[in-house]
Design a protein around this ligand. Sequence first.
Ligand SMILES: *[C@@H]1O[C@H](CO)[C@@H](O)[C@H](O)[C@H]1NC(C)=O
Ligand SMILES: *[C@@H]1O[C@H](CO)[C@@H](O)[C@H](O)[C@H]1NC(C)=O
Ligand SMILES: *[C@@H]1O[C@H](CO)[C@@H](O)[C@H](O)[C@H]1NC(C)=O
Ligand SMILES: *[C@@H]1O[C@H](CO)[C@@H](O)[C@H](O)[C@H]1NC(C)=O
Ligand SMILES: *[C@@H]1O[C@H](CO)[C@@H](O)[C@H](O)[C@H]1NC(C)=O
Ligand SMILES: *[C@@H]1O[C@H](CO)[C@@H](O)[C@H](O)[C@H]1NC(C)=O
Ligand SMILES: *[C@@H]1O[C@H](CO)[C@@H](O)[C@H](O)[C@H]1NC(C)=O
Length: 339
Amino acid sequence: MMPMKRTVLKGLLAVLLHLCLLENNLVRARPTGAPVESYPEICNTLTPGHGIPASVSESPYSIIVANETYKPGVDFTVTINTDSGSPGLKGIFLQMHEAVTHEIIGSWSVMDSGNFKTVSCNEQNDSAVTHQNSVVKPSTNTFTWTPPDMGGPDIYVAATFVQTHQTFWVNVTSLIIPDDPCSGNACMNGATCVPDADGGNYTCTCSDGFAGPMCNLDDPCIDNMCMNGTTCVPDADGGNYTCTCPEGFTGPMCNLEVDPCLSNECSNNATCVPGTGEIMYTCTCAEGFTGALCDVEEGGDAVTTPAATTAQGSILTYNFQLAVSALWLVVIINKVILA
Ligand SMILES: *[C@@H]1O[C@H](CO)[C@@H](O)[C@H](O)[C@H]1NC(C)=O
Ligand SMILES: *[C@@H]1O[C@H](CO)[C@@H](O)[C@H](O)[C@H]1NC(C)=O
Ligand SMILES: *[C@@H]1O[C@H](CO)[C@@H](O)[C@H](O)[C@H]1NC(C)=O
Ligand SMILES: *[C@@H]1O[C@H](CO)[C@@H](O)[C@H](O)[C@H]1NC(C)=O
Ligand SMILES: *[C@@H]1O[C@H](CO)[C@@H](O)[C@H](O)[C@H]1NC(C)=O
Ligand SMILES: *[C@@H]1O[C@H](CO)[C@@H](O)[C@H](O)[C@H]1NC(C)=O
Ligand SMILES: *[C@@H]1O[C@H](CO)[C@@H](O)[C@H](O)[C@H]1NC(C)=O
């Protein structure tokens, strides 16, 4: 009987002792940083085992990132600032997360190794930063995060800040930080890489003498055949060019003059005379007719033509459809003419 009783008692004591230790373990402030070995859950919850809820007020400690974007493999600086007038920061637990999967990403290094150290979460070396002691930290603390060399998921900084054992903030996050679409860009020959408006990719702006999506081709306009003050525009693929003709010229090389009278809307046997400047042509009316298109019988009403029906005051809208060469071209010109 006795030995058995003693065993039960011993067992009870052991359980009590264990509970005490466990309690102690949970409640004790951690002057030496987040206990990732004995309490690995903190890696995923960011919640210290203080046994009391986190503060819901706004954190007086802010996360400042040096750049709006990051480049794979290039060190990225994260600064933790204490708002002026606020009690100092004692403890920290800092990670970088992938924005979509929320997985911990990259590795950290600390500059102030007297106050901070890196720890390993989820078997990733140096994947989090924590404090080394319980003294109040400087109001500005800088850490370096190194992204993986490959891939560029959107990321954010997540931190737990401890002011006192009772007062701490869990999972304070930065804005989302996308990778720089121009990192590792393929623009060549001194081209400028310009991120697209949505930040998803980039466009190469070629330096003089080069063309193509990557600016890897010689500018086809260097030796172009465009004529008559034409603007030569390299094609998108950089393989060839297009001549953008000035007014009055047409054809692939802009070497053909447009005859505006080839297709005119002068009526009633009027004579078409090519115009200058804004005026494409004018109609010289046969006897007995008047109006810009000679479609008005002198002393009579307008003879209906499609153009005349669009007349508004003295401004007529003409649609000229001009077939210059049956081989390659039909030009439609919309023109407003002051009659
Ligand atoms: C931290 O906050 C982010 C953004 O608010 C959220 O998506 C994430 O799940 C949170 N993480 C934890 C561990 O609570
Ligand atoms: C961050 O921005 C600074 C200047 O704004 C620049 O010099 C530096 O290269 C950038 N760093 C990264 C990693 O993009
Ligand atoms: C993590 O660090 C340990 C000890 O320094 C080292 O042996 C191990 O190779 C490292 N693991 C990785 C994935 O770098
Ligand atoms: C990004 O743009 C470059 C240059 O135009 C192109 O070669 C590349 O395929 C694009 N990448 C994606 C993921 O769309
Ligand atoms: C336009 O080009 C043609 C063909 O080369 C040429 O005969 C004509 O004089 C040029 N006209 C002007 C205004 O440059
Ligand atoms: C390039 O474009 C010009 C003008 O359109 C054309 O005359 C020439 O034949 C083209 N060259 C090639 C190689 O396609
Ligand atoms: C145009 O002139 C011809 C003769 O040159 C004539 O036969 C015809 O009726 C005239 N048309 C109009 C609309 O006046």
